[in-house]
Design a protein around this ligand. Structure first.
Ligand SMILES: O=C(O)CCC(=O)C(=O)O
Ligand SMILES: [Fe+2]
Length: 282
């Protein structure tokens, strides 16, 4: 059975196939303004409820293949560095517990993969960010995953290695499991360690909290906006899909990052382990 875009996306509200329509232009202008001012945008009820159910069934049927980790890491997923003081962000480690159903385990014909590979979605993200060209992340593990957080799990402050991430909430926690972020905390060639340290020390001044609902689509700049997921409370596991985009269609995670977060290192992680063009950590 062929799956059409309208089976997955609420095209009535979000006609992402109709790039010349007035509503498309209004939508992308709205998103661009949100991304410029508050570093992210949320499109409510973007994914059809039936498609969300299929994604949830997919996760449940593959739960035994989820890579669960219980690790400690700094915001950059790098190692401790004794050339920096102990209280420097590079030496500030937080405990993370979560699981990923990695990208290489999600079938080609999954609704999530079909959506991710549709040009309409990439065009939407590209138009909302006003960035061209934009690439699917070349990292086979990280490019498009389900993040799984059981009750009690917490995902500490960090920056992503890829520039832009979408998130689609598949199952909401009873409580907690909120996405928190600080818009544009660092930028290319400027780590802003002082600002990062203030947030790690508990300063909430620029922290924004998003309570997403199932089916919502969020676009955020994870390489520049430090973010975390607050502790999941209650009895229900939080599941969220994370399709990703980059400015560079070649680069992948470092071997260290792949091992710590996704549980394995592939040859491509060694082959493409080069300095970042933006000089930012990881
Ligand atoms: O689960 C989320 O909302 C975000 C997870 C995240 O930041 C990540 O996987 O890098
Ligand atoms: Fe992240």
């Amino acid at each position: 059975m062929t799956i059409s875009l309208s089976d997955i996306v609420n095209l009535n509200e979000y006609p992402i196939h109709d790039l010349n329509s007035k509503i498309y232009k209004e939508l992308t202008a709205y998103c661009k303004n949100e991304l410029d001012t508050i570093g992210c945008c949320v499109l409510s009820n973007f994914v059809q409820p039936n498609s969300i159910n299929k994604m949830l069934n997919e996760i449940n049927s593959k739960r035994s293949q989820v890579y669960w980790s219980d690790e400690s890491h700094n915001p950059y997923f790098t190692k401790k560095d004794s050339s920096f003081p102990n209280n420097h962000p590079i030496n500030s480690f937080g405990d993370r517990n979560n699981g990923y159903l990695n990208g290489d385990l999600i079938p080609e014909d999954s609704d999530l993969n079909i959506l991710y590979h549709r040009e309409e979605l990439k065009d939407l993200v590209s138009n909302c960010l006003d960035i061209k060209p934009l690439f699917h992340w070349a990292d086979p593990l990280a490019k498009n995953v389900y993040n799984c957080m059981d009750p009690g799990n917490y995902f500490p402050w960090h920056f992503d290695s890829n520039e832009f991430t979408l998130s689609i909430l598949i199952q909401k926690a009873d409580e907690g499991g909120n996405f928190e972020y600080v818009p544009n905390l660092r930028k290319p060639n400027d780590e802003n360690f002082e600002g990062v340290k203030r947030v790690l020390d508990g300063d909430r001044e620029n922290v924004r909290v998003l309570e997403l609902e199932v089916g919502d689509l969020q676009i955020f700049k994870g390489r520049y906006s430090m973010h975390r997921v607050s502790k999941v409370e209650g009895k229900t596991t939080r599941y969220i899909a994370l399709p990703t985009y980059t400015l560079d269609g070649w680069r992948v995670n470092t071997p260290e990052h792949a091992r710590v977060v996704y549980g394995k290192v592939l040859p491509i992680h060694y082959e493409r382990n080069v300095e970042r063009a933006d000089s930012l950590k990881d």
